[in-house]
Structures are given as C-alpha cells and as structure tokens.
Design a protein around this ligand. Structure first.
Ligand code: AMP
Length: 479
C-alpha cells in the first residue's frame, strides 16, 4: 500500500470546524485526489463524512452542515497502485469503550502486518487492509489503560515507518509526526483557534500564521476550545529522515517545509543543475508545472554566467487533465501526456532547447515530450532533471512505481538518454540535492535514489542503525 496523502486538524473557539477543514482540504488537494473526508466532534458525538473523489465533489453544503462541532480533522487520499479503494478512504473512525477516535494518516508503516497480527490475535476485528486502522486499534487498546499522552507514546513505540497523523479523540485534536519526521506536518494559529496541517499552504488558506513544523517524534494536543495547545516530545531520535522528494515534487511550492520555502529550494536545485551540467541552448523550457521553479533557477544562473539563452514556455498545459500517474496502464499514461501538454511551435521551431523537469520515474513523460518537441521542429533537445536517478521504490508514502517500472533502476544515464531520445541528459547529483536543501545526507530520506532507507524495510538495505520494534515485548512504552 503506497499512500501519499494530506492531513489537517482544527480546534476553534466558537465556530464550526467543518468549513475551515473543507477549505484546508482544497489547499491540500495536490496530496491526494482519490477520496476526501472530515470527522468532527460536537462535545457529545462524532460526525463523519468520507467520500470518493475530489474535495469539491465529495462534499455538498448539506454534508458540511451535518458536520457539527468546533473541533475536527480531515484527509485527502492519493490513489493506490490498485486503483479506487473505498475501504481505505479516511479519516478512519472507530468507537470503543473509552470514547471515539478518528485518524487521518499521511505516510506508510513498514511493520503494520506485525502489529495487525498481534492485535488480531487479541480479538481486534479489522475492516480494511490499511495501516491506518492498525494505528487506530493500537491506540484504542492503549487508551483503555493509559491517559492520552502515554497511549500515543505506547503506540509510537510499536509502529515503524513514516507517519504524520491528525487524530481526534472525542473532542480533542492531536497531531503526531514520526520520530524521524519523514512526512511534513506543521502547526498554525488562526484568529480564533489552532490548526495542524501537512503543509503551511493550508494554514495560509485559512488566513492563519504558520507557527512552526511539528518536530519529529512530537505530539501536539490542541485545546478543544481553541485557546491554545500543549506539546510533548515523546521520542527523541538523533537523526531525521525528511523525504527529499517532498521538496522536489510533492509539496506545493508556496509551502514552507522544515523551515524552507519549497519554491526557493526548487530554484536552488535548478541553479545547482546549471552549475553541474549547464548547456547553452537557444531556449530553456520547463515541463509545466513540475519543472517551473527548477527552470527559473536554472535560467537565472545561466544568465548570470553570461549564457545567451531565453527562458520561455514552450509547452502549454491543459489544466483540466489530472496527474498522469493515476492512469493505470502504460497506454493510457502515454495518451494522458498528449492530452495534457501541447507545444507552442513558435518558441521551438528551428531552435535548440533545454527541457527541464523535476524527475523521471518511468520515462513516459520525457519520451513523449521529446517526440512532441521534435515534431514541433526543435533542432536539439537537452534534458536536465532536478533530482538524481530514481532507482528504487518508495515504501514511505509516495506512490512511485515498482523497481521493474523505474527506468533508472537498471539503466545507465546514457541508456536512458538513448531510450527517451534526447541529445543529452543530466540528472542532479545527490550532493547537489543535499547542498541545495541545506541538509546533511544523514538527515534526509534518499531511499528512492540510493536504494538505502532510513527505516527497517523488509528485504531492503538501511542507511543507518535502525530496526523495527519487537512487537511481542513492546506492548507498553516507558514513561
Ligand atoms: P514518468 O513519466 O513516469 O517518468 O514521470 C515523470 C513525471 O511525473 C514528472 O513530470 C514528475 O513531475 C511526475 N512525477 C514524479 N513523481 C511522481 C509521483 N510520485 N506521482 C505522480 N507524478 C509524479
């Protein structure tokens, strides 16, 4: 199960939470288009509405009117490899002896099966094969014996993998980020309350102020009346494992993640790309929208070096076509690229072109675009990519294709250049990425470009001293 999702939670003083949650989910729509859901609590009972589809389709005004209460959480979910999957739409909610729980999860546990098996033996009945339900059941079990903070800590000691969670326990909203902080999560202040969200762009949408990132291993508890929040550093790891791909592709450029504005990071990656493998062509052209910030940094650095090159849009995007990845077959993916992008012949014909994108995954997009540009009369096409070769899958929450689908898994850069039909091809180096991000190699998750992961993934190498918890002995954590 590969889920890349968006989560949010709000607590307000004297206002229904449903609409702010709905607007936040709109702001996080890029993180998931398969389903959307909101769970609120009005002080007496929990209300939920979870639907397949985009946020705008999943809710109508009547649905929002039934979601009573000033506290709530929300979720948008990305399609899984297997396609549409109603059982895993979120937030996941459950009622149990000591109250109600709602859970929204971004990330992916790598030991969910072990925890699930143990809980199943204890009599827990599961309705889905998702890892979020495993977290909910584990937490519900701990809440029978422990207070909220201890219960969360116990669950954190048993689950291994990436998770940024918003949780609703009765009317209390919580935010939790895994001890290595793989997925983003931040906290913001509103005029009349507080918000926890995957990305700061959601806080901006509510006219709020970003306070800070939730720290890796930290629990944030919002006061149910919107008056404040408490934080608890429940687990301390010496190193972080922030996903570099959030900065490269996944997050919105206008979000601040781990104290960096994503747009500026992408421009720096573009500048580094010029320094590492710049080539002077008549025109520098982004693949919209993913390559835009990279291309603007690249073109700026080229101009500073005196290169005689023009920055221009040569491909126009049909904004009503969704992301190519949601097409399940290769044939559909190829058609989708044609539907999505159309060349502007006058900027291309008879000219040498540098085409800039953030990443190559299967190679479908680049192959199709190079063919389009050649048909439009490009003389030379040089492809520059703002991230290193993706050689291994992501197990931590980004839907990235399996090894046998990844074009760089078993090919040299020269072989890839040949296959996609470019005149030259260069990727950014791993060092170029870490420098542009201003982070140490050991504080990032670079699993998809190194094949070594900062989590204990079965059958894969680790890049640090890390191992999954032993489940049988770890039913409760120390204080
Ligand atoms: P591909 O055509 O398979 O090589 O995919 C590369 C294109 O997909 C690039 O334009 C990226 O911006 C975009 N992309 C990269 N990673 C993902 C992802 N996990 N999901 C959807 N699109 C992606």
């Amino acid at each position: 199960m590969h889920e890349k999702c968006g989560v949010v939670g709000v607590s307000l003083t004297d206002r229904e939470a449903a609409r702010p949650l709905y607007y936040s989910l709109y702001a996080l729509q890029h993180r998931g288009q398969e389903s959307a859901g909101i769970v609120t609590h009005d002080g007496f009972q929990q209300h939920e509405h979870v639907e397949m589809g985009l946020v705008g389709d999943a809710f109508d005004p009547d649905d929002l009117d039934t979601l009573n209460g000033a506290n709530g959480i929300g979720h948008v979910r990305y399609p899984t490899a297997g396609g549409v999957n109603t059982c895993c739409a979120q937030p996941f909610s459950v009622s149990f002896k000591s109250g109600s729980l709602g859970l929204a999860h971004n990330g992916n546990l790598v030991n969910a099966e072990e925890v699930r098996e143990e809980l199943a033996e204890l009599g827990h009945a599961f309705t889905s094969n998702g890892d979020t339900e495993v977290i909910a059941h584990d937490l519900a079990r701990n809440l029978l014996e422990e207070d909220l903070v201890r219960a969360v800590k116990s669950t954190m000691s048993r689950i291994h993998g990436s998770y940024s969670l918003t949780i609703m326990h009765d009317e209390t909203v919580l935010g939790v980020r895994d001890p290595q902080g793989n997925r983003p999560l931040c906290i913001g202040e509103l005029e009349d309350g507080y918000v926890i969200a995957s990305e700061s762009a959601a806080i901006d949408t509510l006219d709020g102020e970003l306070i800070r990132d939730v720290k890796p291993g930290e629990l944030v508890v919002l006061h149910p009346n919107g008056s404040g929040y408490d934080t608890y550093q429940l687990v301390d790891e010496s190193r972080t494992a922030h996903c570099f791909f959030e900065h490269v592709y996944f997050a919105r450029p206008d979000s601040v993640i781990d104290e960096e504005l994503v747009y500026e990071v992408r421009r720096d990656l573009g500048r580094t790309l010029w320094e590492e493998s710049g080539v002077e062509t008549d025109v520098v052209m982004p693949v919209p929208d993913s390559g835009r910030s990279f291309a603007s940094g690249y073109a700026e650095a080229a101009a500073e070096d005196g290169a005689d090159t023009e920055f221009a849009e040569g491909l126009m995007k049909n904004r009503y076509v969704g992301r190519t990845f949601i097409m399940p077959t290769q044939d559909e993916r190829e058609r989708a690229v044609r539907l999505k992008l159309n060349p502007i012949k006058s900027t291309i014909e008879g000219r040498t072109v540098t085409l800039i994108d953030d990443s190559i995954v299967r190679g479908t997009t680049s192959t199709q675009l190079i063919e389009l540009l050649r048909d439009a009369g490009a003389e030379e096409i040089h492809v520059r990519i703002g991230s290193p070769e993706i050689i291994a899958p992501c197990y931590l929450g980004i839907d990235m294709a399996s090894r046998d689908e990844l074009i760089a898994a078993d090919k040299t850069t020269e072989e890839i250049r040949d296959e996609i039909g470019a005149d030259s091809l260069s990727y950014l180096s791993i060092e170029g990425v870490t420098n542009a991000l201003g982070k140490d190699h050991d504080d990032l998750c670079l699993g998809c470009v190194t094949g070594e992961y900062p989590y204990d993934v079965e059958g894969e190498q680790t890049d640090r001293d890390v191992s999954r918890p032993i489940i049988d002995n770890a039913s409760s954590a120390d204080d």
